[in-house]
Design a protein around this ligand. Structure first.
Ligand code: DHB
Length: 392
């Protein structure tokens, strides 16, 4: 009898707790952020999540009278995981937003989930041009490989590059980088002497570096996704290619702020294109870098981190515009054409393509106060994704 009464009492408490939890759960607007927090792309997940959390820390967890709850889930960079987690977040957690997508194949896997659920999918990393066309619910806040590749091709031909070799990771954004760099470089009068690709997972650069040396280009254009350039640069230097006349160029992944100091002084002078540099001289960015470092044990924010930060801005401002409604179509409509200042500079969402429009900067690695930085020295303003029009 006694035992039974205690059990009933506990059950009552449990039921009450559940009811309170349920009430909270209904009020909170949930954002399901899926990123690789383990595996080869871990550094990317860390930067995005840190950017997203910093935004919430600075702005607070409430907008339009609603509490925003960030649910972070690890997909280890495996598309089947990303898709399953997205489905769980929709069905079980009833998220109002899906976000993240640390690699293009992960965004491809989740696009149909967003379409079916009619939920905005905020792409914070995946950078192949076609990603935004995979669902009318996708809005991108990162960058595209055509943006970066066209910008650096133009700089290279204007600055004496004549014979280039391209080296890319062998998956969709690598193909975009190769295609758009080549087309633009050749349109400017340059010649492409070879195009090499390496596997995305566990790449070995030794054979391609040997081929690069043998074919003797004046310029080597390199793309591999964030987090992989450190290994590439080590092998490039070990083989003495930094001592040759070959000019190393690429998108911002090549001189990633997260890895740049570890790459060493042989990177000084390397020119790249990029949507963000930790040295961007705006007051907003200086505050961003200081707050980011303070919240993350001194970690320097990179071009990936602003995808997390600006992606949360998009969530908040869309919620504000819909007055707290979570209707997916209304939220995506609210995001179209939105413009604001980011730590990277002014940005907006193209109302036709739902893709990011942003400045692309040309930067040179320099040592400032004992640390390596990408110092911006030229700007292509408000660049749309050149990929939407096809390579030229
Ligand atoms: C992709 C991922 C990255 O981390 C990056 O820097 C560029 C592109 C991608 O898979 O699209």
């Amino acid at each position: 009898m006694f035992v039974k009464r205690v059990t009933t009492g506990l059950m009552t408490i449990a039921a009450a707790t559940f009811a309170v939890g349920g009430a909270f759960a209904q009020d909170a607007i949930k954002v399901g952020l899926i990123m690789p927090m383990t595996g080869q792309q871990t550094a990317v997940g860390k930067q995005v999540v840190a950017g997203a959390r910093l935004y919430m820390q600075q702005v607070g967890a409430t907008v339009a009278g609603k509490k925003i709850e960030l649910i972070v889930r690890d997909d280890a960079g495996v598309p089947d995981n990303t898709k399953r987690i997205a489905q769980e977040l929709v069905v079980n957690d009833k998220v109002a937003f899906l976000a993240g997508m640390g690699l293009t194949p992960l965004a491809f896997a989740v696009a149909p989930v967003a379409t079916e659920a009619k939920i905005p999918l905020i792409v914070m990393v995946a950078a192949t041009s076609v990603v935004t066309e995979r669902s009318p619910y996708i809005v991108r806040v990162s960058f595209t490989l055509p943006q970066h590749s066209v910008a650096i091709a133009d700089w290279a031909v204007r600055n004496g590059s004549k014979k280039a070799l391209t080296l890319v990771s062998d998956y969709a954004p690598g193909v975009d980088a190769e295609t758009f760099f080549k087309a633009r470089f050749m349109a400017g009068g340059g010649q492409i002497i070879d195009s090499l690709r390496v596997p995305l997972m566990n790449p070995d650069y030794a054979p391609v570096l040997q081929r690069a040396r043998d074919s003797n280009p004046d310029t080597l254009f390199v793309f591999m996704p964030a987090g992989l350039a450190g290994v590439f640069v080590r092998q490039f230097v070990e083989r003495g290619l930094d001592k040759t006349a070959i000019r190393l160029i690429g998108p911002p992944d090549l001189t990633d702020d997260d890895e740049l100091n570890g790459m060493g002084d042989s990177m000084i002078g390397v020119v790249s294109s990029g949507n963000y540099s930790a040295s961007h001289p705006s007051p907003m960015n200086q505050a961003y870098v200081a707050a980011f470092k303070a919240a993350n044990n001194g970690l320097r924010p990179n071009f990936i981190s602003v995808g997390g930060y600006d992606g949360m801005h998009l969530v908040y401002e869309a919620m504000r515009k819909t007055n707290g409604s979570t209707n997916g179509d209304a939220l995506v409509d609210a995001m179209k054409g939105m413009s604001w200042e980011s730590p990277r500079g002014p940005i907006s969402i193209d109302p036709q393509t739902r893709d990011i429009v942003q400045n692309i900067y040309i930067r040179r690695v320099e040592k400032v106060n004992g640390e390596l930085y990408n110092m911006e020295f030229a700007t292509i303003e408000a660049m749309k994704d050149p990929g939407k029009a096809g390579p030229k």
